[in-house]
Design a protein around this ligand. Structure first.
Ligand SMILES: Cc1cc2nc3c(=O)[nH]c(=O)nc-3n(C[C@H](O)[C@H](O)[C@H](O)COP(=O)(O)OP(=O)(O)OC[C@H]3O[C@@H](n4cnc5c(N)ncnc54)[C@H](O)[C@@H]3O)c2cc1C
Length: 545
């Protein structure tokens, strides 16, 4: 494997495959294609980060300080910038070099919906073997299990490239057990399980991480896509080249619209170069950049391309629409001074297996759930939701919007899939609950504004614009207060802290205002190049073409 920032390895060269982006998808595909004997070039906008302890040492990730991060601005519908920025990986490893390292699998029902969306063969049966093959699980030992860890041996792989384990040591055992005691009280009916990957379908458990404990250094090392599939000696490839610090402008097509290469450059002042692909160009620039690269290449909606002064090659109005992330926020509660030296509750480290609860409608609303779901499943409701998305450019057409919304609604209403993720954490001086609606119906968009490759994409997340997402948000924010006010926690913490303040009898409107003013994207962006039939607003088909 060659990793370099030397432009000449690619300029006017020819490879079997050219891949845009060395993130999770780009590295995985590059590893497999080069392993099968193909010559492969991956072009990555950011640097090689393997020297940086904030990347490789999970415990130092708090020191990243913007390293390996695009930190995009976010916009509202009027084009004003929001007061939070979007974290997104910008180095080899992409998001996996800076992410929160939580590892658990989707459910069978969730994966089978890929097929329902119009993608034959994309289902649990075909995809589960890949999840098993990717993972190298290190089961928790007796001490970790005593401190809250758990796992179901049948749900994991043991010989893959991505290391998965609980932190060594687990730490703060009192808080682990306190969260396990308190969460079923605020979400009645919630089961405390032993493994987030075997939820059926809702559960609460301590989460394992994509880390491995290196006894030589005593560190818990990040197992990013790069660590597992690029830098590891047993994954080195004879015919793989990774070009760092170069940005792809656009894909180049021949007269029959077959992709023949890409144009790229090292910086705004540097001359553009071209590299040729014999077999395929693979776009793996993530949910926030793949659509902009397509648009700069002439593939997208007429209005966007005209505004940017780009000649349209393919009319594909779904490009950049349907952008989806979970609206995250959190509640902190100051630990009482009497416990500041109690390392079962807090210490000065940030490595901790958080207790993650995946809760469904029943756990959030109990017997009242049906009053919320009848609004969700009404035909008029679906129609007006779809119209609202099309009118703001968040969906390509009404039928497509209805199809996507229905897929999510069906998972929520008929398969009891989780509507919220609620995460109990401990940091130096505070206990923290992070949470978000897990299957939001709100949608936004990402587009280019001009043809210039070094311009930032215009990302309009439109978080919490759907009334159902708002209802979930209010409900879980209320539970965060109940969590820290419960008798399980009240002896440990001062009351939960809200800014803007919410009184003990806060109204739904106050909770919603608080939620909206503190919410940010939870960094799980999807949807902007949807895999779906084209007439429904899809961008790639089930062969990823
Ligand atoms: C802060 C944060 C926390 C997260 N926490 C978790 C978690 O705990 N658990 C979990 O499962 N997931 C988490 N995620 C999500 C996970 O990391 C992503 O889903 C995953 O990395 C997406 O993979 P990808 O290949 O689609 O995109 P990415 O990993 O983002 O890779 C895309 C790559 O393309 C490059 N690129 C973009 N444009 C260009 C261009 N024009 N030319 C060349 N290169 C380009 C980028 O620099 C990037 O390296 C988190 C993400 C973030 C950012």
């Amino acid at each position: 494997t060659i990793v370099t920032n030397d432009t000449s390895v690619a300029t006017n060269q020819t490879f079997d495959y050219v891949i845009v982006g060395a993130g999770l998808a780009g590295i995985t595909v590059g590893n497999k294609l080069s392993g099968a004997g193909n010559s492969v070039l991956i072009i990555e906008a950011g640097p090689d980060p393997r020297w940086n302890p904030a990347v490789y040492n999970a415990e130092e990730r708090g020191n990243l300080d913007g390293y390996c991060n695009w930190q995009y601005p976010a916009y509202d519908d009027e084009g004003n910038t929001l007061d939070w920025t979007i974290d997104s990986g910008m180095c080899i490893g992409g998001g996996t070099s800076i992410n929160g390292l939580m590892w658990y699998r989707p459910t069978e029902a969730e994966l089978n919906k890929l097929e329902t969306l119009g993608n034959p063969g994309w289902n649990w049966e075909s995809l589960e073997p890949y999840m098993i093959a990717a993972e190298r699980n290190h089961p928790p030992d007796d001490i970790q299990i005593a401190q809250g860890a758990g796992y179901d041996p049948s749900r994991h792989g043991y010989s893959g490239a991505i290391n998965v384990s609980f932190p060594t040591p687990m730490r703060i055992p009192t808080v682990q057990s306190r969260f396990k005691a308190a969460l079923p009280r605020i979400f009645p009916g919630l089961t405390i399980g032993n493994d987030l990957s075997n939820r059926s379908p809702t559960v609460s458990a301590s989460s394992s991480w994509t880390i491995w404990y290196d006894p030589a250094s005593g560190k818990n090392r990040r197992s990013s896509a790069a660590d597992g599939l690029l830098w590891a000696e047993d994954q080195w490839r004879e015919r793989l080249t990774v070009l760092t610090n170069h940005r792809v402008d656009r894909v180049i097509f021949d007269k029959k619209l077959a992709a023949t290469g890409v144009a790229f450059s090292a910086g705004p002042e540097r001359p553009p170069s071209v590299v040729h692909a014999i077999k395929e160009v693979i776009l793996a620039a993530g949910a926030l950049q793949s659509a902009p690269v397509l648009e700069r290449s002439g593939i997208g909606s007429k209005a966007v391309l005209e505004r940017a002064g780009i000649q349209q090659l393919v009319d594909l109005p779904g490009v950049g629409a349907n952008l989806n992330d979970q609206p995250g926020t959190g509640t902190s509660a100051l630990v009482r001074e009497a416990y500041w030296n109690n390392t079962g509750i807090i210490d000065d480290r940030i490595l901790f297996a958080p207790e993650i609860s995946l809760v469904g409608l029943d756990e959030v609303w109990g017997a009242d759930a049906t009053s919320y779901t009848s609004a969700l499943t009404s035909i008029e409701g679906l129609e007006s939701r779809a119209q609202a998305l099309v009118s703001v450019g968040a969906a390509a057409n009404i039928e497509g919007a209805k199809h996507i919304l229905n897929t999510t609604i069906d998972l929520i209403v008929n398969s009891d899939q989780p509507v919220a993720e609620f995460i109990g954490e401990s940091y130096p001086t505070i206990l923290f609950a992070a949470f978000w609606p897990s299957m939001p119906l709100s949608r936004g968009h990402v587009h280019i504004n001009d043809s210039y490759p070094f311009s930032t994409p215009v990302i309009t997340p439109r978080l919490l614009t759907d009334s159902f997402d708002q209802e979930i948000a209010v409900a879980i924010a209320r539970r965060s207060r109940a969590l820290f006010a419960s008798d399980v926690f009240e002896y440990v913490v001062e009351n939960a802290y809200y800014d803007p303040p919410i009184g003990p009898n806060g109204t739904d409107a106050e909770y919603l205002e608080w939620y909206k003013s503190t919410a940010y994207g939870a960094s799980h962006w999807i949807g902007s190049t949807a895999m779906m039939p084209r007439d429904l607003g899809g961008v790639v088909d089930s062969n990823l073409k």
